[in-house]
Design a protein around this ligand. Structure first.
Ligand code: F6R
Length: 240
């Protein structure tokens, strides 16, 4: 595990460069993508690089980590909507090659074939992750088995509270989600994780220094052969 302590602007640009390097070195790159506040700057840099002609997404396939159960892809807090708004609508990607888990309809059948779909696409070349204040990655909350594949899960009270900032009222935050599992994530060939702000300090300590335990889901990343952690001073403050 490599740890880089940087300022936000450098985190955003260096992580975008990691993506660009992988995309430009592969015929059919497969990207693992995350939503939330953390990757926004990275996506803005990728949009810029695409407009400047430094990278093309024409041959790229993407798989997103998770989706809320109960939200249509057109809902402004759904992760499909987030991806369209913050990345896909602004780059030269073929939208039919962008995969986001479904949260409505026959979402269970889709969820069950998701890991197979990833495998058939060649596996994820580079996966970006954020981290929850409780140590979750994707929506793998504390207690999720390390050998989990894509599944449905209940969100913890902490996650519902953290994510309520994006909804009108906490009662509107979905209580369930579908998510790639910890094993699905560990299958990615390369992982880059971003964590900024004091609220993430405890989780970042568990990620880097803590024991590898299912109570701190992110700690499994200590076992990944190619994982780089991008943090700012505040998120890193308990590790020093
Ligand atoms: C989102 C996801 C989540 C977030 C985490 C941090 O696809 O998988 O694990 O990365 O909840 O969210 P932010 O970045 O909003 O603090």
């Amino acid at each position: 595990m490599i740890v880089k302590v940087l300022k936000q602007a450098d985190i955003d640009s260096q992580m975008a460069e990691e993506f660009i390097k992988v995309i430009n070195s592969k015929k059919h790159p497969v990207l693992g993508l995350a939503t939330g506040t953390s990757p926004l700057g990275v996506y803005a840099n990728l949009v810029k690089a695409n407009k400047e002609g430094r990278v093309s997404f024409k041959n790229v396939t993407t798989f997103n980590l998770d989706e809320y159960v109960g939200l249509e892809g057109t809902h402004n807090q759904s992760y499909r909507y987030f991806m369209n708004e913050n990345l896909f609508n602004h780059i030269d990607i073929d939208k039919s090659k962008t995969n986001v888990l479904l949260g409505v309809g026959d979402y269970v059948s889709f969820m069950k074939k998701y890991d197979k779909m990833i495998e058939e696409a060649g596996g994820i070349d580079i996966q970006i992750l954020g981290i929850g204040s409780d140590g979750h990655i994707a929506f793998n909350e504390p207690g999720t088995p390390f050998d989990s594949l894509t599944h449905e899960t209940a969100l913890t009270e902490q996650t519902i509270k953290d994510n309520s900032r994006l909804f009108n009222d906490i009662s509107e935050v979905p209580t369930r989600a579908v998510t790639m599992g910890l094993k699905s994530i560990m299958n990615a060939r390369k992982i880059i994780l971003v964590a900024t702000g004091k609220n993430k300090a405890k989780a970042v300590y568990g990620l880097i220094k803590g024991p590898i335990t299912e109570e701190m889901p992110c700690s499994i990343l200590q076992k990944h052969p190619d994982c780089t952690i991008y943090v700012d001073e505040e998120a890193y403050s308990l590790v020093k």
